[in-house]
Write a protein that binds this ligand. Structure first.
Ligand SMILES: [Zn+2]
Length: 197
């Protein structure tokens, strides 16, 4: 973790001090927020488990249903990926499969495994180190929010042509976006510190 922190508003430099859960540091000069305490690992584990459940809901249930001239169809994420693969945009299908399914799934599983291992012990340190490196690599590539935005734009655009209804999968992706944002705001250095302890 960087030891110095600069106030974004008045450029005052501070030495970073450890905070208790729920506390936040403010600039003494201009009172702007500097940083807040990271979630404790048990709270992070709870968030990760919630993300796993929501990931399942988002992927099992259809995202949208479409009614056009009396015929109705609905699609899950994988239905959309299959459809994209079969049409002329195969690379897009691969990109969506990686960034909206495989990378977020790997991220949730790895983070859950690391947190459980730190809690219970029993996993080799070298494995944990590899897992933490992989988590850092996966973070920028997990882009559920981009998929969600694309799906919302499609729902609005298609609304002019057919009766489009959002389905539970879409709400699942919205909740997953929030949970992954919360998980990604966690400073991974904290887990390195837990590993060193
Ligand atoms: Zn300041």
């Amino acid at each position: 973790m960087p030891t110095l922190i600069v106030c974004e508003h008045c450029d005052t430099v501070y030495q970073r001090a450890p905070l208790q859960p729920g506390q936040r540091a403010r600039c003494l000069r201009c009172a702007a927020p500097l940083y807040r305490a990271d979630l404790a690992p048990p709270a992070l584990l709870a968030l990760t488990l919630a993300a796993a459940v929501v990931f399942l809901i988002a992927n099992v249930f259809p995202i949208v249903s479409l009614d056009l001239q009396g015929s109705s169809s609905q699609s899950t994420l994988w239905g959309a990926i299959h459809a994209a693969w079969d049409s002329e945009v195969g690379p897009v299908a691969v990109l969506v499969a990686l960034t909206a399914f495989f990378f977020p799934l790997l991220q949730i599983l790895l983070l859950g495994a690391v947190l459980l291992a730190l809690r219970r012990g029993g996993l080799r340190r070298s494995l944990l180190v590899d897992a933490l490196h992989s988590l850092r690599f996966l973070r920028p590539w997990s882009m559920v929010e981009v998929f969600l935005l694309g799906a919302l734009v499609a729902v609005v655009k298609m609304g002019a042509l057919a009766a489009v209804q959002p389905r539970p999968g879409l709400y699942g992706f919205a909740a997953l976006t929030l949970l992954l944002t919360a998980l990604n705001s966690f400073d991974l250095h904290r887990l390195w510190e837990c590993l060193d302890e």
